[in-house]
Design a protein around this ligand. Structure first.
Ligand code: ATP
Ligand code: MG
Length: 418
């Protein structure tokens, strides 16, 4: 027996019944980022494996466990992108978009991580992300946060999200803090799980990010990074919080927020869904990554950005949104009027550009056609039978309102409908 074909576990189909809310959220996002001057960039789904290893970092969940890596026919190691920043930076360097320029870019598309599928956590999921390059001032980080806040406002979910911020400081103070952290965790080695023991010397910051409930107490008592910031990092962070205060953006400083990727320094932030407990509650996350461009072979370029998970965002927004309905006209033809009916449908599409015209040319009973008209969500059925064709007419049947049907001349049709 042949095996029933199914989607890969953790990879979802988005069906027509769900797509309206996706499209609506996407269009609100696009219109919001456009109002800040961000421009779209599209880069491939597949990249050299080394790109992700070099940017995201070896001792991270993504690189250690979650990447879809395979060798192609030439034996090259390729990886399905697990996030967008690496590809965006690679493309930016390759095409000379970053050096000595100010860029505001956005992208949207599928990402792939081999995680344990559950609600809000998938193996193929969609991210929307923005990245800016060439701007060092913490005001740019504030702009990213204001952009997010404006988006939540448009989606009417502001009350459901809490902004958490932190500073990872400059490389120097971070390196210094890592030593302090290694010392602290080394004294508590028996309380670390195996992941954290392994990361202790390579990436101790990552331990703060652990979701293991048994380690939370130990993590809570760890030395505080904010207390080890140098003057420059402190100033950067204070300028950010000052703008947020003046813009009346509420935030919580979370000194344990380190983010799961290696490239961040200075500002990091997350928007957390407060209606949800635990693991899948981060909707949007980002920060500053001034060293990434040079790490990938470009010139020193300050940069910051964020990415949001569209599934999580849509789950949060969908009850608030009423998708805009397009008026649907359902044109019913008969066997003898199909050809003229098709031409009539074209004419209607020319004249009524905001309408959707569905032409039913199937050779079935009238009853079946009206059933389909109803199911299509159409507001009106336009019956174009033989009598109508001979007399240059069409009969309008109102499917949603209690109004009598009427037969009108074709030349009057646009006046009757608009
Ligand atoms: P988490 O802590 O939930 O694993 P993360 O820190 O790995 O998230 P990022 O890499 O920062 O996530 O990605 C940004 C956003 O993308 C997340 O805040 C989340 O909304 C979304 N996201 C990440 N991984 C997944 C996934 N496997 N399925 C669905 N959405 C995801
Ligand atoms: Mg993750």
């Amino acid at each position: 027996m042949t095996k029933k074909l199914q989607a890969i576990r953790g990879m979802n189909d988005i069906l027509p019944s769900d797509i309206k809310v996706w499209q609506q959220v996407e269009s609100i996002i696009k219109e919001t980022v456009a109002s800040y001057g961000y421009q779209e960039i599209r880069f491939p789904i597949v990249e050299d494996t080394s790109l992700f290893k070099r940017t995201i970092g070896d001792a991270t969940d993504i690189v250690e466990k979650e990447m879809y890596t395979f060798s192609d026919k030439n034996g090259e190691s390729l990886t399905l992108r697990p996030e967008g920043t690496a590809g965006c930076v690679r493309a930016g360097i390759e095409h000379g978009l970053l050096y000595n320029q100010k860029q505001r870019l956005w992208y949207m598309g599928p990402m792939f991580r081999h995680e344990r599928p559950q609600k809000g956590r998938y193996r193929q999921f969609y991210q929307f992300g923005v990245e800016n390059f060439g701007m060092e001032n913490p005001a740019t980080d504030a702009e990213l946060i204001l952009l997010g806040a404006r988006l939540w406002q448009k989606l009417r979910i502001s009350e459901k999200l809490e902004l958490q911020i932190n500073s990872l400081g400059s490389k120097e103070c971070r390196d210094n803090y890592k030593k302090i952290l290694i010392e602290y965790f080394s004294q508590n080695l028996d309380k670390l799980d195996s992941d954290s023991q392994r990361r202790l010397n390579t990436n101790p910051l990552r331990i703060l990010d652990s979701k293991n409930p048994e380690m939370q107490d130990l993590i809570a008592k760890a030395p505080d990074l904010l207390e080890h910031l140098d003057d420059e990092s402190k100033k950067h962070f204070e300028e950010l919080t000052s703008i947020l205060d003046q813009a009346k953006i509420k935030y919580v400083i979370n000194p344990r927020l380190v983010r799961g990727l290696d490239y961040y320094g200075m500002t990091v932030f997350e928007w957390i869904d407060v209606t949800k407990e635990g693991a899948q509650n981060a909707v949007c996350a980002g920060g500053r990554y001034n060293s990434l461009v040079s790490q990938l072979g470009g010139q020193e370029t300050p940069a910051s950005g964020f990415a949001l998970g569209l599934e999580r965002l849509i789950e949060l927004s969908k009850t608030n949104l009423k998708p805009k309905q397009q008026t649907i006209l359902y044109l019913i033809t008969t066997e003898k009027t199909v050809t003229n009916g098709m031409l009539l449908a074209e004419e209607l599409r020319d004249k009524l550009q905001n309408y959707c015209v569905i032409c039913d040319a199937e050779n079935t009973s009238m009853k079946a056609k009206f059933k389909r008209a109803d199911k299509s969500g159409a507001d009106m059925a336009l019956v174009f039978g033989e009598d109508e064709m001979i007399n240059n007419e069409v009969t309008i049947k109102y499917l949603r309102d209690n109004v009598d049907q009427k037969t009108i001349k074709l030349i009057e049709i646009t006046n009757c409908l608009v």
